[in-house]
Design a protein around this ligand. Sequence first.
Ligand SMILES: [Zn+2]
Length: 165
Amino acid sequence: MEALKYLAGYPPHLQARVRELIGQGRLGAMLAEKYGQPHAVRSDGQLYDYVQALKDRHMRKAVPLGKVIYDSKLQVMKHALGTHTAISRVHGGRLKASREIRIATVFRDAPAEFLRMIVVHELAHLKEAEHNKSFYQLCTHMEPGYHQLEFDLRLYLTHLDIAQQ
Ligand SMILES: [Zn+2]
């Protein structure tokens, strides 16, 4: 079996559990059961309103939003989440400089919870460039289930990769 690239930073016993689910063909069904809720954020305009509403609720004092768009060229792991452990200076610096928020197009059709998770992640970058402790504190302040959602998002991306093979 190929390496689980989305789960590279996670402990071996967790990766083994995921391989087991994949081997049994149960990963997709498990995710569908847990995250069955689609969302209606289809256009860039709707995405802007969605991000602005979350920002108003949790991060009113942060820098104003610039452009907010779905970007089909973004690779989720390379640009959106970074790696689980490494610090991504370029990634954070770019966002801080431009104040743009780009969301990979895969989230347009993803369950509602994963869109919220990635928007929370990008909003936290308005204040904190790096994936450090205060960054994740911001994330869990906005979304208490953030860590579970990020893990499950990685499962979802793994599932999409397998489904495309
Ligand atoms: Zn990030």
